[in-house]
Design a protein around this ligand. Structure first.
Ligand SMILES: [Fe+2]
Length: 346
């Protein structure tokens, strides 16, 4: 973990709160001040990227923001995204809708979405064992949007959120291309994002007294270009740093946590890395809602290290395969298991 940050890498005394307030945040800061530990994890600075600055009309500001993005992707693999343009009202509607969907009185309604076939585009599950404690709803959100029809406000809220989020991801793809010294549309085209395959997991993590063990989800990486995460109650997510240190994630108000996915690591031949992460529930005082969305290339996109990142000193580190093959290597398209380790040549 780098100790110094470039000027736009905003860090400060972010104090995690128990319940996120989706009013405009007053400060863009991202370092928890204490060194409290959860399962041996530490609080540490996580880079904050100002989305608006990536497209500033001031070339100096824009250049500095792109350098910051590059630094965040190369040295961390994850960052908080602020000023992203997804309105507070949309985020509030998402969590209101999720609360209605996960109504404890409506479990029987949700059971109809339990997995019946590997290609099901809507999938619900309830897990309570030492390695996994959560209730979830997984849906494919692009190229076609899928969602349980009821409650209607829930489906509408989610569709609006994913539409707005996709615009942000497409913008980030442009900025990422530039940060890698590539032409602006390089990643958009290489990933065929117009038909990008997106899967979203809406999670409800129980309070600790209802969980069976300390883990919400055990260690893993995720496929795709990016994984985005929003949550309505802070705490629980931990990311493994380059130095092998578990870092507690505290997402600033109204920010989106962005993590690099496996396919960006492959395309960039390891320059930008997908990081192992996990969710712990042992300190959950209340139930916690999160939305993790995997923004992937189209299913038929063949991803391998791009020639721009391969030379005699940098041989290709990964085997290539289509995104569909990659997702099916360990399961199916909707369960979206990582197979990054299987793709490593060395
Ligand atoms: Fe994940």
């Amino acid at each position: 973990m780098a100790n110094t940050a470039p000027p736009l890498l905003l860090q400060g005394s972010y104090k995690p709160t128990n319940t996120t307030n989706y009013s405009k945040y007053s400060s863009i800061t991202a370092t928890c001040p204490n060194n409290d530990t959860i399962n041996g994890a530490v609080d540490d600075g996580i880079p904050t990227i100002d989305y608006f600055m990536l497209f500033s009309s001031d070339p100096n500001q824009r250049s500095l923001a792109l350098k910051t993005l590059s630094h965040a992707c190369e040295d961390y693999g994850f960052f908080y995204l602020v000023n992203h343009g997804v309105p507070d009202s949309v985020l509030e509607s998402v969590f209101r809708g999720m609360s209605e969907f996960f109504d404890p009185e409506q479990v029987e309604y949700r059971r109809q979405f339990e997995k019946k076939h590997p290609t099901d585009r809507i999938r619900w599950g309830l897990r309570s064992y030492p390695g996994e404690n959560r209730e979830y709803l997984k849906v494919v959100t692009h190229p076609q949007f899928h969602c349980p029809p009821k409650p209607a406000a829930f489906s509408e809220a989610m569709e609006e959120y994913y539409k707005r989020l996709r615009e942000v991801v497409h913008g980030l793809a442009k900025a990422l291309s530039k940060s890698l010294g590539l032409e602006e549309c390089y990643i958009y085209k290489a990933f065929n994002l117009k038909s990008g395959f997106e899967v979203s997991a809406m999670n409800l993590y129980p309070p600790n007294f209802q969980s069976n063990g300390s883990m919400g989800i055990s260690d893993h990486t995720d496929p795709g270009l990016f994984v985005s995460l929003i949550q309505q109650v802070d705490g629980g997510l931990q990311i493994l740093s380059h130095q092998g240190k578990w870092i507690n994630v505290y997402i600033p108000r109204n920010a989106i946590l962005m993590q690099i996915g496996d396919q960006l690591e492959i395309l960039s031949n390891g320059k930008y890395k997908s990081h192992v992460h996990r969710v712990v529930v042992e300190r959950n005082e209340v139930r916690r809602l999160t939305v993790a969305t995997l923004h992937g290339p189209s299913l038929d996109t063949f991803l391998s290290p791009a020639m721009e990142f391969v030379d005699d000193s940098h041989p290709p580190l990964y085997y290539g395969m289509t995104y569909k093959q990659s997702l099916e290597a360990n399961g199916n398209e909707v369960d979206v298991q990582s197979n990054l380790e299987q793709l490593r040549r060395y």
